[in-house]
Write a protein that binds this ligand. Structure first.
Ligand code: PLP
Length: 382
């Protein structure tokens, strides 16, 4: 896969330039009206206006389609642009959608909004239970929305199992694959119809751009292009596409490093007495370990762990860290941490445990572990 992203055949249209030039233009002009009329008949493929097609953006779309093994891809201004645009295009009043209950918060909010304002029925299910998907199916189920693993508790869904249930019900499947990236998980090869990403995360890899994408069968991506991309206008700029294309060149390399460092830090935390559990699908102790090994070829470096310490103490620990910055998002070069209250199911005997989400960046993992330990010694004294 690293060769796929590092190699381009020489493209003589661009004088052999080794990177895709930045097409910094809003519109494309035509030599005569006949060629303009011809382009207007095929606005999905022709270059007419950059809210439809831009060569720099299309280059990135082709690259991502190849990586995911999909026929076509469409890039959006952000991950939520891609997710909202996809759901908006697939659903209409009276339709039903089944969504994994731990999906990214704004995705759930968008579905809840479709439900109240457009009367799209939504059922949120426990993604770890394959049967929950089967039981949630109704005659009007149009789509099943997945995120595996989820990005807070890192629970998996059985992708082949859900794809089979959806096929039988005549419903489409959509998955948010931001955590694993195509380097570690290729959902289309497991029967999933559409893959969405926040390109802001690992694809960009440098915390300097926002982007999203939807990948899948040509007819589906064209429907999304017609109904959402062009009309809602949440399009990616050429400048962003060139930044994310640069990220893609090293995506497999970076993912290997993220995987190794993430596992090392997770294993380290697992050995602590005051850590109740570590939510990382790559650990042998993960409750869905077998499924993880079946459908993932590797692991992202975002995970969470639950401690016996109160939230305020764990927040003080986060403040003490030198190499982890406190902030949302992830996927860049820099390690990050956020702390909150752990879900009620991990309350043991009235305690209220805390949960921390760690993102392991590209720093030396020994330095990160040293940092965690140094701050932890103060935490244990409290
Ligand atoms: C960040 C994120 C998104 C949204 O992406 P944006 O680029 O911020 O709009 C969607 N899904 C997951 C899992 C994310 O982490």
């Amino acid at each position: 896969m690293q060769t796929l992203v590092a190699h381009d055949p020489v493209d003589t249209r661009h004088h052999g330039a080794v990177t895709m030039p930045l097409y910094q233009n809003s519109l494309f002009a035509f030599e005569n009206h006949a060629s303009f009329d011809c382009a207007m008949k095929d606005v999905l493929a022709a270059h007419v206006y950059s809210r439809g097609n831009n060569p720099t953006v299309m280059y990135l779309e082709r690259r991502i389609a190849e990586l995911e093994g999909g026929e076509q891809a469409r890039c959006f201004a952000s991950g939520m642009g891609a997710i909202a645009g996809t759901l908006h295009a697939l659903l209409q009043t009276g339709d039903h959608i089944v969504c994994v209950d731990q999906a990214y918060g704004p995705t759930r909010e968008f579905l809840a909004d479709l439900s109240t304002r457009y009367r799209v029925e939504v059922t949120f299910v426990d993604g770890a239970e394959l049967d929950a998907f089967r039981q949630a199916i109704r005659p009007n189920t149009k789509a099943i929305y997945l995120e595996s693993p989820t990005s807070g508790l890192f629970e998996l869904q059985d992708l082949e199992g859900v794809a089979a249930i959806a096929r039988e019900a005549g419903a489409l499947t959509v998955i948010d694959n931001s955590w694993a990236t195509p380097v570690f998980q290729r959902p289309i090869s497991m029967g999933i119809d559409l893959v969405v990403h926040s390109l802001t995360k690992y694809f960009s890899g440098h915390s300097d751009s926002l982007g999203g994408v939807v990948v899948g069968r040509r007819d589906l991506v064209e429907t999304i292009s017609n109904r959402s991309y062009m009309l809602l206008g949440s399009v990616m700029t050429a400048h962003t596409a060139s930044l994310i294309t640069r990220g893609v060149r090293t995506l497999p390399l970076r993912m290997e490093r993220h995987q190794a460092s993430g596992l090392r830090v997770a294993e380290h935390l697992l050995r602590k007495d005051d850590v109740v559990r570590v939510n990382h699908p790559g650990l042998p102790a993960h409750p869905q370990r077998e499924l993880a090994e079946k459908q993932l070829q590797g692991y992202g470096s975002l995970f969470s762990f639950v401690t016996r310490h109160p939230v305020a103490s764990l927040k003080a620990w986060a403040d003490d860290l030198e190499y982890f910055r406190i902030g949302v998002s992830w996927g860049g070069y820099e390690s990050l941490v956020t702390v909150g209250e752990a879900p009620a199911r991990w309350n043991q005997g009235g305690e209220s445990p805390s949960i921390a989400r760690l993102y392991i960046g590209l720093e030396d993992p020994d330095v990160l572990i040293g940092d965690i330990e140094r701050a932890w010694s103060r935490l244990s004294r409290d």
